[in-house]
Design a protein. Structure first.
Length: 73
């Protein structure tokens, strides 16, 4: 990731550590009940199929049980 992004590997490690990111760990897969999931799916897949030049795309999902603010009921 560092090479592709043009930054130092230590910078990537610091970013991951500061945000408690552990991309090397495998997690279980859950199906979404979001009615717009297919649209969102293709938005993400499009980044892989036709990535923008010199763009670093990161995605962080909230952890189960965490409180990141108000959630709609």
């Amino acid at each position: 990731m560092a090479r592709v992004a043009g930054i130092l590997a230590t910078s990537v490690h610091r970013l991951w550590a500061a945000n408690d990111l552990k991309p090397h760990l495998t997690r279980t897969f859950k199906l979404s009940n979001d009615p717009h999931i297919e649209e969102k799916f293709w938005d993400v897949i499009g980044l892989y199929l036709d990535p923008p030049d010199k763009a670093l795309v990161l995605y962080c999902d909230e952890k189960p049980g965490s409180s990141l603010g108000a959630h709609p009921a």
